[in-house]
Write a protein that binds this ligand. Structure first.
Ligand code: AMP
Ligand code: MN
Ligand code: MN
Ligand code: MN
Length: 296
């Protein structure tokens, strides 16, 4: 008899944004790790969902959850919001992702210009290559693919302008870096509304990243987001230590929010983050949520 699958990973990236695996490869890896379910949650795009879903259908025992991770600006600064169980064809969500990609198309050339001014002659074709785009390919972000600072950082490494992704972020593209350019961000209310219009569950991603001081501030932010339609908190995440996990689990319970979790797997760009780590048991999700996401 084969063992029951009991672990899920509800936060992963593929080549549709800054992950290194194609959607079908990611799904294959999730199956080989014996996960019960995997969600694809690329930054600001639903590209890759169709391919991943199709690949998952070939693996009878792996459930696939279509998702997205959307950037927003909250009262606590930049934040990410996960949408889980979304209808990728939803027009309202498509309108939102189009705007987000346009904001990137406006920002990316300005980052490249800043780099040139700093004496770093990185070519856009290097970035496209790092993003697994065909050289000389379509418009920036064509096909719904997102080109992010992670790709610019990878290109800087590849061309030998820096030695590591970390150095690329610290020196150039990170928020304190010399080539940093702010990008237009949407308010959480708008993002949450689009996720919900697509039938998705909206969750605060990796709340441990938020710039919040004491527990009262954390609770205030969650209450504010709940008023705007947030339904869940990403309690389990590869960047959360045990204490953060406990804190966010307690807050989620107190505010009657669902607890979700995943690895935030990217593959090559973040090699220390492994698919399925931390382990999130199906039993960590409520019965209602498992039913809603159709993951047993
Ligand atoms: P953007 O979405 O264009 O603002 O770019 C931010 C992306 O860079 C996020 O998706 C992160 O996953 C990635 N990122 C941030 N810091 C690092 C780092 N030190 N190493 C690798 N990737 C990073
Ligand atoms: Mn990323
Ligand atoms: Mn994130
Ligand atoms: Mn992520």
């Amino acid at each position: 008899m084969t063992a029951e699958r009991r672990l899920v990973d509800l936060h992963t990236h593929s080549t549709a944004s800054d992950g290194s695996l194609a959607p079908a490869e990611l799904v294959r890896l999730a199956d080989s790790r014996k996960l019960a379910a995997v969600a694809l949650t690329n930054h600001d795009t639903t590209a890759g969902i169709a391919e991943a879903r199709e690949a998952a259908e070939a693996f009878g025992r792996l459930r696939f959850v279509p998702g997205i991770e959307v950037s927003a600006m909250s009262s606590a600064g930049a934040m990410h919001i996960l949408g889980l169980g979304i209808d990728a064809e939803c027009g309202e969500l498509a309108g939102l992702t189009r705007r987000l990609i346009e904001a990137r198309n406006e920002r990316n050339p300005r980052i490249m210009q800043r780099l040139r001014e700093l004496g770093v002659p990185l070519e856009w074709s290097d970035v496209l290559e790092a993003a697994h785009h065909r050289a000389g390919g379509s418009a920036i972000g064509g096909g719904g693919k997102v080109i992010s600072r992670a790709h610019i950082a990878a290109a800087l490494v590849r061309r030998g302008f820096v030695r590591s992704m970390q150095e690329a972020f610290t020196r150039y593209v990170g928020s304190e870096g010399a080539a940093y350019v702010e990008k237009e961000r949407l308010g959480p209310g708008e993002v949450i509304a689009a996720i919900r219009a697509a039938g998705g569950l909206a969750a605060v991603a990796h709340p441990g990243h938020l710039d919040l001081g004491n527990d009262a501030q954390k609770e205030r932010l969650l209450r504010d987001l709940k008023r705007q339609g947030i339904e869940a908190v990403e309690v389990y995440h590869s960047d959360h230590d045990d204490r953060q996990t406990r804190t966010w689990l307690e807050l989620a319970r107190r505010l009657d929010l669902e607890a979700v979790g995943g690895s935030d797997f990217h593959g090559g760009p973040k090699p220390e983050v492994l698919l399925g780590r931390p382990p999130v048991p199906l039993g960590a999700l409520s019965d209602a949520l498992r039913e809603r996401l159709a993951i047993g």
